[in-house]
Design a protein around this ligand. Structure first.
Ligand SMILES: NC(=O)c1ccc[n+]([C@@H]2O[C@H](COP(=O)([O-])OP(=O)(O)OC[C@H]3O[C@@H](n4cnc5c(N)ncnc54)[C@H](O)[C@@H]3O)[C@@H](O)[C@H]2O)c1
Length: 428
């Protein structure tokens, strides 16, 4: 597979040009002919101009690449290998929304030839590739799995905004439906991942490994969030407790926080869904999810309690929100929990001003009808420092104090700042 790709006899297609698919496509296209396929016309237009609209990939990464970007499935001919990197979100009822994955499988099925290999990268529950995707490939192509084509699964571990742990220096899990396909898929990824690959014993094992990486993180943060609520009642600073406990060799340092984004807060539901389908209702995983999902209410209550204590009507209060993205130094607002905090405070008629130098403003406006300010104002009754963007770390306590009214509150969700004289300080 790798040889015919390197010889230029066959092409590699990557379906889904988002956070995962684009860097992968650009990396492979250094010496392999790549077709970058997506259903979004505006996105493909931008990529053709050599720019990543998400701002994650520098323009220089588009230079000297053997790649075409397309929405036309006719470009998916003469492809030997397909990689699928489409989103796997959840529905309003928090069950897996497999529509993008099914759509991608259909388009591949319609265009693949005998001899193809299809590798799924999207995060799914164990069993999804074999039970949900392969039947679609067979139905659409009229070909038979294992006789005519092979399938593998290689979960993505990319961490947006992280310049240290990258696609090429992070070990990649690979799996295949036969030992030969596993060898081929391993060789394909070894070509770009200098850290090497981990060969999982089956596709299901690889799917499960990815899902527990994120479930574990979700639960560890949930534990810290619950501790933070308990310590709040005890008037103890959680971060100081974690620092102290962290002096022991086997204490793991996780920190409380709003768990948003399209991975950590979503993926556990894929696992719990499948588990429930099989007759077991998970207990700790769902309890952790509930704590993390409800944390924004805890933050809102803290703000409203403060106003009550100071005899300030919420409808007369003005709050500055520093950061609205789901994590630091990215533009992504998918499932950002601070947006829930903002919406809840707005329902109490609190005036909100949002300052975020990283956010995709258009998306914030389109999806949530929220605007950001260009310049931080003054006379705030509260500041919610929600995201640890690099710019916010530089803010001086004196500046924060100077833009606030007397008796204002600083809600320092990520503990960026320490107590500031003259402001009521609260952190998770
Ligand atoms: N972003 C991350 O940090 C990250 C990390 C690890 C794993 N993952 C997983 O990787 C997968 C992709 O995530 P992402 O963040 O890159 O998603 P994304 O939303 O950034 O991008 C997905 C792209 O797929 C396109 N798409 C949707 N349906 C399609 C279809 N039927 N055919 C072709 N294109 C289609 C969309 O237009 C979009 O451009 C998800 O399963 C996610 O859980 C993401």
């Amino acid at each position: 597979m790798l040889k015919e790709l390197l010889d230029g006899n066959k092409k590699l297609a990557i379906i889904g040009m988002g956070y995962v698919g684009l860097p992968l496509a650009l990396e492979f296209s250094k010496d392999i002919e790549v077709v970058g396929f997506d259903i979004s016309e505006p996105l493909i237009k931008k990529l053709r101009s050599g720019t990543d609209p998400k701002g994650e990939t520098p323009d220089s990464d588009f230079e000297n690449r053997k790649i075409i970007f397309t929405t036309d499935e006719n470009d998916l001919k003469n492809i030997s290998t397909f990689i699928v990197a489409v989103p796997t979100p959840i529905t309003k009822l928090k069950s897996p929304d497999l529509r993008p994955l099914r759509g991608a499988s259909e388009v591949i099925g319609r265009n693949m030839d005998a001899g193809s290999t299809i590798v799924y990268e999207s995060t799914v529950y164990p069993g999804c590739t074999e039970e949900d995707c392969i039947p679609i490939l067979e139905r659409e192509s009229g070909l038979k799995h294992l006789k005519d084509f092979n399938v593998g699964y290689s979960p993505e571990r990319i961490n947006p905004g992280d310049k240290v742990h990258t696609l090429t220096n992070t070990i990649k899990i690979v799996s295949g439906d036969t030992s030969q396909s596993l060898d081929q898929i391993a060789a394909l990824y070894e070509h770009i991942v200098t850290a090497g690959v981990h060969r999982a014993t089956s596709i299901k094992v690889a799917e499960a490994a990815k899902i527990i990486e994120n479930t574990q993180r979700d639960l560890n943060i949930a534990l810290m969030n619950e501790l933070s609520i308990i310590f709040d009642h005890m008037n103890i600073n959680t971060h100081e407790v974690i620092e102290a406990a962290g002096s022991k060799w086997n204490f793991l340092k996780f920190y409380p926080g709003l768990v948003g984004g399209h991975c950590i807060g979503v993926d556990s539901y894929y696992l719990t869904y499948k588990s429930e389908q099989l007759g077991y209702k998970p207990e700790i995983i769902l309890a952790g999810r509930k704590i993390n999902d409800n944390l924004s209410k805890h933050v809102v209550n803290r703000v409203l309690d403060h106003f009550k204590l100071k005899n300030k009507k919420a409808s007369n209060a003005k709050i500055l929100v520093l950061g609205v993205t789901f994590k630091e130094n990215v533009s992504d607002i998918r499932n950002s929990k601070i947006i829930e905090v903002i919406q809840e405070l707005k329902s109490h008629n609190v005036k909100i001003e949002i300052y975020d130098p990283h956010v995709n403003r258009k998306k914030l406006k389109d999806d949530y009808k929220l605007d950001t300010i260009d310049k931080i104002g003054k006379e705030y009754d509260g500041i919610i420092a929600a995201v640890k963007h690099k710019e916010f770390i530089e803010f001086q306590p004196k500046m924060l104090k100077s833009i606030c009214e007397a008796q204002a509150i600083l809600i320092d969700i990520k503990s960026i700042y320490k107590e500031i004289d003259g402001l009521t300080y609260w952190s998770l």
